[in-house]
Design a protein around this ligand. Structure first.
Ligand code: AMP
Length: 217
């Protein structure tokens, strides 16, 4: 099944995408993770995007399209999975149209859209308490899901850090970008595809249950 998951930064879309991916043996394609890996490796793309990401702005459409095209046209990878779930892509209307072009080339289509709804105040609280594992990308919340040992990942022992773009001054910027650039995709997708709306304020397991039921996974 080929899915797109939409939601504001901090709505839980990365967490839910990872869970849905695991349950359905679907490839989790997160442009944010691909870009952060590039930054960590200090690859040419990584060097180019580092300061843009830290400021909470969007990286150029061309760079993310290149990453998405490489991923969705990799036939070895395609054979391993029951489809994909796009997390963080598309992020504006022109990316949504560019995605259609890639899908046409590979003869695939979006088969379902999940939209996680959440109040902006809850988002700010969540993101400023979010800590991410530098090695395995597991996500913690200092209040509702703290690690057993402060600063260390429960799963792999990696260092937990506050993403540059989860700093309070950047969160507001990211939400503004989301409202202006990403939210219009919802209107487009409502005309084109089946959009499943879920309440992102529920506990993590309940949101996963709601999504799996809606998409009949
Ligand atoms: P995320 O992990 O999805 O919140 O993404 C983190 C940051 O990566 C964003 O704030 C952007 O700077 C960049 N990014 C991720 N996906 C995209 C995209 N589709 N288009 C442009 N920039 C992106």
């Amino acid at each position: 099944m080929n899915l797109v998951i939409l939601g504001a930064p901090g709505s839980g879309k990365g967490t839910q995408a990872a869970r849905i991916a695991e349950q359905g043996k679907i490839q989790h394609v997160s442009t944010g993770d691909l870009l952060r890996d590039a930054v960590a490796k200090q690859s040419p793309i990584g060097k180019q995007v580092e300061s843009i990401m830290a400021a909470g702005k969007l990286v150029s459409d061309g760079i993310v399209l290149q990453l998405i095209r490489e991923t969705l046209t990799d036939s070895d990878e395609r054979g391993k999975w029951n489809g994909w779930i796009l997390d963080g892509y598309p992020r504006n209307l022109s990316q949504a149209e560019a995605l259609e072009g890639v899908l046409k080339d590979v003869g695939e289509t979006v088969e379902g859209v999940v939209y996680i709804e959440l109040d902006p105040d809850v988002i700010v609280e969540r993101l400023s308490n979010r800590r991410t594992c530098a090695s395995c990308k597991a996500v913690y919340h200092l209040v509702s899901k703290p690690p057993a040992v402060e600063g260390k990942c429960d799963s792999c022992g990696g260092e937990l850090y506050l993403r540059d773009d989860d700093k309070p001054e950047t969160i507001r910027k990211r939400l503004e970008v989301y409202d202006n650039e990403t939210l219009p995709i919802l209107g487009l997708y409502e005309k084109r595809y089946r959009v499943h709306r879920v309440d992102g304020s529920k506990p993590i397991d309940d949101v996963t249950t709601d999504i799996t039921r809606l998409i009949s996974l």
